[in-house]
Design a protein around this ligand. Structure first.
Ligand SMILES: Cc1ncc(COP(=O)(O)O)c(C=O)c1O
Length: 418
């Protein structure tokens, strides 16, 4: 799957955006007496009724703890929780639901892999390849291995647009490379990485590969079987689902050799006063009461995305991205970061002479919600030569009027700050 193919193509389904917006109750509220224009989707997406209702229904009618119970409610809750695992497996085209681990989010998924590989596979002098456009969630857990185990972090540069040079990537491998941990999509530049090619090169060198799909899974079809990766992480709340839940996909062979991350109930086989043996994956990695309601909500969100068509969402978003990039290019006081071909609708920008926090505060007063800051990507900010940017990011429910509201807001920002 090349970065371009990730986002292009014709959708298998289309929908009426106005009708789709009605499925999101929050979109009918106002901000400061103006219609809400929510463009902070890369931070967290809003939730459709399908998700709200699934969680409410579970709480009202079928709630109990999972797995342990032998009573009706526990069995119903267990079925719903395990059905969500199947939905996540189908969403990613995993080989089996046993390859799906529910975590508390994307960050938790990275920490799981880092901790477990630090115990079993990565030691003093072993090398981990990261790109400079990683989110801190996919940097700091690897720094832990550097600090605690003496692992060596090797950094892959990217172009100004967030594109990867596969030859430069290949050149980073040595006999000591144990793992590549890279994003499937930058949360700042919106560029997708060539996952299949990167996986092939990692495997040729005997290294495993982990993809941070917290953004990548939101904006295009992900097929982990086709990519061939060892691990793939995603986070529920950016996928129109709830907070507090994420997914770690692990290839069966890769999970089998991993020791547990957290200890507690459910992850064991036998516990005695002298010893402990562990459950098989995925339960080995789900210690304690899992995020039952959140997983049910995430299952509903992934089903909702599949019903709308992941490719149809990407197609709709590509129209918004093109509109926004074209209109922003006409503003000689706005600088956009990241114009990779086929990128996702995540647009980082700065307004000449203005701090991004002020830009975001003024846009907010016009009803337009964007994010400003380093976006948990300080190495990328350094690479781009900025300390912060503003970021507008679009989702399935955004409209071309939302793009126009952003452009009007940018003119207003210019008026107020010059
Ligand atoms: C690329 C990327 N990775 C990881 C994360 C962390 O996800 P979470 O905060 O849900 O754990 C984010 C969230 O902003 C992200 O954009």
């Amino acid at each position: 799957m090349s970065a371009d193919r990730f986002y292009s193509g014709s959708p298998s389904a289309t929908w009426d955006t106005e009708e789709l917006r009605e499925e999101f109750p929050i979109l009918s509220r106002e901000a400061y007496g103006k219609p809400l224009v929510y463009l902070d989707n890369a931070a967290s997406a809003q939730k459709p009724l399908a998700v709200i209702d699934a969680m409410k229904n579970a709480m009202e009618h079928s709630y109990a703890n999972v797995h342990r119970g032998l009573h009706l409610l526990s069995n119903e809750a267990t079925s719903a929780y395990e059905a969500a695992r199947q939905t996540a497996a189908a969403f990613l085209n995993a080989g089996s639901p046993d390859e799906i681990i529910f975590t508390s989010g994307g960050t938790d998924a990275v920490n799981l892999v880092a901790y477990a590989m630090g115990v079993s596979e990565i030691g003093e002098g072993d090398e981990i390849i990261l790109s400079v456009m990683e989110h801190h969630s996919n940097i700091v857990p690897w720094h832990f291995l550097r600090e605690r185990k003496g692992a060596v972090l090797k950094w892959l540069d990217v172009s100004d647009d967030g594109e990867i040079d596969l030859e430069a990537y290949r050149a980073l491998f040595t006999a000591k490379t144990k793992l590549v941990a890279v994003t499937h999509m930058s949360n700042v530049l919106g560029a997708a990485t060539p996952a299949k090619e990167m996986t092939r090169i990692a495997h040729e060198h005997g290294a495993k590969i982990f993809f941070d799909g917290c953004q990548g899974a939101v904006h295009g079809k992900v097929d982990v079987a086709d990519i061939g990766c060892d691990f793939y992480a995603m986070t529920g709340h950016k996928l129109y689902g709830p907070t507090g839940v994420g997914v770690l996909y692990g290839r069966t062979g890769a999970l089998k050799s991993l020791p547990p991350f957290k200890g507690g109930g459910e992850m064991i086989d036998q516990v005695t006063m002298e010893n402990v043996t562990y459950n098989d994956p995925p339960h080995r990695f789900e210690a304690g009461t899992p995020p039952i309601l959140e997983a049910i909500g995430l299952g509903a969100a992934l089903q909702w995305m599949q019903e709308k068509g992941v490719d149809a969402i990407a197609f709709h978003e590509a129209g918004l991205r093109a509109h926004a990039l074209e209109d922003m290019a006409k503003l000689n006081f706005v600088r956009v970061y990241g114009r990779a071909h086929g990128k996702a609708p995540i647009i980082a920008f700065n307004v000449e002479g203005a701090h991004p926090h002020d830009v975001s505060a003024i846009l907010d007063r016009t009803g337009v919600a964007v994010r400003a800051g380093h976006h948990c990507a300080q190495p990328l900010m350094k690479r781009l030569g900025v300390s912060a940017t503003a970021r507008a990011s679009f989702a399935a429910y955004n409209t071309h009027e939302d793009v126009e509201a952003l452009i009007r807001g940018l003119h207003k920002t210019r008026e107020m700050l010059s």
